[in-house]
Write a protein that binds this ligand. Structure first.
Ligand SMILES: [Fe+2]
Length: 126
């Protein structure tokens, strides 16, 4: 059984998918079951991955993380996502970008997630 907003990865080809609608089936890629990526919610190690948010009314700025995460060809933040009750906002990043995203959001924010191509999925709840 999948759940909305879950992230699954194929360990063979690297495909990553996000659930838009939950169902009872099992996700399969390259002939194998895809792995559910459980987000980490506490910092581990010296590199920082948890999103840090600043909010001024509707202007939301998110950086990764308290100490800026590296943005190199082989190790970078691929995307930053904000989840509200009705919408998902995501900024895709390149290694040449800063680990930063800004959004205009009026509604309540439930979660903010980041995805590092080496260290996986990270999440804070608000
Ligand atoms: Fe990382």
């Amino acid at each position: 059984m999948t759940k909305k907003n879950q992230i699954y990865k194929c360990e063979i080809c690297g495909n990553i998918v996000e659930m838009l609608h939950e169902g009872s089936g099992e996700l399969v890629c390259c002939g194998e079951k895809m792995n559910l990526i459980n987000p980490k919610k506490e910092e581990v190690g010296t590199e920082k991955h948890l999103p840090v948010m600043e909010r001024n009314d509707n202007k939301i700025e998110v950086k990764i993380g308290h100490t800026e995460h590296p943005m190199q060809e082989d190790h970078y933040i691929e995307w930053i996502e904000i989840i509200t009750p009705q919408k998902n906002y995501r900024k895709n990043l390149k290694p040449t970008d800063k680990p930063f995203a800004s959004f205009t959001i009026k509604e309540e924010i439930l979660k903010i997630r980041s995805y590092c191509n080496v260290h996986g999925l990270w999440e804070i709840s608000l």
